[in-house]
Design a protein around this ligand. Structure first.
Ligand SMILES: Cc1ncc(COP(=O)(O)O)c(C=O)c1O
Length: 444
């Protein structure tokens, strides 16, 4: 057994360069990241290869962050690397339209069930911001409904969290930090996730709702049964004359080639993309029905909205993204294998927790997974308790010390580069780490 203090010391001993960097950075670089993005021990990544990353001191880790979910094919996939190098030889940033955009737009149009039209931007945050604007422009209504536990990026319209004192059936929101104008407060409302009260609220507020917008799978709370809720939302929105949007920034090209829309068989009016679509370079996209997407055809168009950006649709991203998506299209077996690996991992961890009476559980949808440190049933993020926060912190420290990197967001992923051997190691490391935390008496 290793204690938390021993694990911390062992990590310290093997990461002197990372610690120097941490000290130097703190002088001039504001991390700009919320506390929950911080690692259990500061390490700085120098390079990545397949399923592994290597820190400044040369230690290797199985990477379950894979760039916050974007490297579906693992680090440095040779076809993506070649595409980036080939484009670099031709020049990589022009602003005006290039020959490279149509290929990725066509791949997305064919893959995403709702994508009759495509608009590119540079991040998932931009994509959701434009989707909100499109919905408002199209409908002439201002309010966007989001679900408790959501994350749709860093723009002001997405910076809301659930007020924990508000009723479960009718959650109220609080701004996530300062600087969010009060003037926009009324343009966003919260709905309860996976709770039928959401349907009543949509009907009640239909007259002011431009769009109901939901993650294909909440990355904070990957629930295999999320599909039924999405299908019902689809129906209620259609009946109420409210647009329905799915945020596929994480689920697009991950849970299935056709994203959550395909995985759960539900077709929205609008969908947003990012992450995997860019092959590892910054990307965002808004897709949807031709009728709604017409708002993007220029300000002179009916209900036209502005979209643009110096880097939008840049050729380096377009080529990297096309290489990644073409590879995924040619290898559908990746999804079968990865989804089975995610299930195997979760069932091994959950079996271990049950057998040892450890109050922890792993939730997964295919290759997305997330550990929760409680025994209680989890339907939405409202059910998450902080009862084992010390055990949770110790678990991630032990895992890192054993060579498994879980990002500070605790939203973890497998990539196609994670083979059976890596999944076996993850199972072993997670079980050993849970065992250590239990032996130290850190669970309530
Ligand atoms: C569902 C979802 N939407 C939007 C975003 C924002 O994407 P980006 O970080 O590229 O701005 C994220 C980021 O993790 C996300 O998970």
């Amino acid at each position: 057994m290793t204690t938390t203090a021993e694990a911390r010391q062992q990590l310290k001993d093997k990461t002197p360069l990372s610690q120097e960097i941490a000290e130097d950075r703190s002088e001039i670089l504001n991390s700009g990241l919320a506390a929950n993005l911080e690692m259990p021990h500061p390490i700085f990544i120098h390079r990545g290869e397949g399923a592994y990353v290597f820190d400044a001191d040369g230690n290797s880790y199985i990477d379950t962050s894979v760039g916050f979910g974007l490297h579906m094919l693992g680090h440095r996939h040779p076809e993506i690397e070649k595409a980036i190098k080939d484009r670099a030889e031709l020049g990589w940033m022009f602003g005006i339209h290039t020959t490279a955009q149509l290929k990725l737009a066509t791949l997305l149009h064919e893959a995403s069930p709702c994508a009759e039209r495509v608009v590119f931007c540079n991040t998932g945050s931009e994509a959701t911001m434009y989707a909100f604007r499109a919905a408002r422009g199209f409908s002439g209504k201002d309010k966007i409904a989001l679900f408790d536990g959501f994350y749709h990026g860093a723009h002001d319209y997405g910076m809301w969290i659930t007020d924990p004192t508000s009723p479960r059936d009718e959650p109220r929101k609080l701004p996530m930090g300062h600087g969010i104008p009060r003037a926009i407060e009324d343009t966003v409302m919260l709905l309860p996730y996976r709770n039928p009260s959401a349907f009543d609220l949509i009907r009640k507020h239909a007259g002011e709702l431009a769009m109901v917008f939901v993650e294909g799978v909440q990355s904070s709370n990957p629930q295999p049964g999320a599909g039924e809720f999405l299908s019902e939302l689809r129906e209620v929105c259609r009946d109420s004359g409210v647009l329905f949007g799915i945020d596929e920034v994480i689920t697009g090209f991950r849970v299935a080639y056709g994203g959550a829309q395909d995985y759960f068989d539900v077709k929205p009016d609008l969908a947003t993309y990012g992450k995997v679509l860019g092959g590892g370079l910054p990307v965002g996209a808004i897709t949807g029905s031709a009728e709604v997407m017409e708002v993007f055809t220029g300000l002179a168009a009916r209900n036209g909205v502005f979209s643009g950006g110096t880097f939008s649709g840049n050729p380096l991203t377009m080529e990297a993204g096309s290489a990644a998506v073409e590879h995924l299209k040619a290898h559908p077996e990746i999804y079968t294998r990865l989804n089975a690996s995610g299930d195997r991992l979760a069932s091994a961890i959950n079996g271990y927790c049950e057998e040892r009476q450890i109050p922890a559980q792993m939730k997964n949808v295919g290759s997305m997974f997330h550990m929760f440190f409680q025994r209680d049933q989890l339907d939405s993020m409202r059910d998450v308790t902080n009862e084992n926060v010390n055990a949770e912190k110790a678990f991630y420290l032990h895992a890192l010390n054993r060579g498994v990197l879980v990002p500070g967001t605790q939203r973890a992923f497998l990539s196609a580069a994670h083979g059976d051997a890596e999944v076996d190691t993850l199972i072993h490391v997670f079980q050993e780490s849970l065992g250590d935390v239990q032996a130290e008496g850190l669970f309530s």
